[in-house]
Design a protein around this ligand. Sequence first.
Ligand code: 1Q0
Length: 246
Amino acid sequence: LRECPGQRFQVSVLLAHLQAAPISTDDILLQPYLSSWDELIKFMEALGPMVGLISQEIEVKTSIIRDLTQEEKRRERAYRERDYGTLMAIIGASDTHDSEEEQDGAYFSVRSMIGAELSRGVVNFERQTDSGCRTLLRLHRALLWLQLFLQKLSESPVGQSRLRSPSELCREAYQHTLAPYHTWWVRRAAELAFLAMPERGFFYRLVCVQHQDEAAMVLQRVVRAISEVYQRTQNALEEHGMLDLP
Ligand code: 1Q0
């Protein structure tokens, strides 16, 4: 991938985050997962105010999970310090094990989050709450939209037909993924966002290529990385009956 200095969004950075997310055989690290969304927000910021609403929504959703992570860390630290206080008074040691904390927090991965939130009873299957699981599900559905959109953007039409506009592809992908979960008002807002979608040239410059065949290669790498992340998240949510969390 070519470097694009000076541009805020970097497809190589997005790809790096996406590829850092898969761990063990079927899990996803939350930190790189959320960082991928940070990079996508940068992309959306370049599209202007109509899309601002959407990037704001992504920011709200990623912040909810990040806040839960921080809260969890504070709780663990307090618990440990109280414990250690007694312990250290006895043995006089001073070791806080800061690096270990990253490895086994509740919000370390998708599966650790699901496990922790289920055991604490914070996932509500009937009513809307701000659990990490239901929040992740919203981002997860949006990721499928992105996967489908980029897939379509990478495809060349067969025969004589010309390349279709990103705005058209965006709408089509939306109808197949997110639209069924959105209210009438949100669907109208999405329509406005599609109109703000730039032409293909904008996307090509963004990923630093000049032609469709080059773009296709870069886009397909992103699509492959997304689908790995998507599939693992899907498996975890599905196994726990979490694909319809309110
Ligand atoms: C860039 C143009 C994207 C247009 C595509 C999707 C339009 C969606 C419109 C969404 C409006 C958001 C308002 C709130 C919606 C919530 O009701 C909903 C449900 O949450 P809740 O808590 O009420 O149950 N929230 C969501 O569904 C969250 C996801 C929103 C949609 C996010 C899609 C954004 C993805 C953008 C990445 C674009 C980057 C392209 C990069 C190309 C790189 C090579």
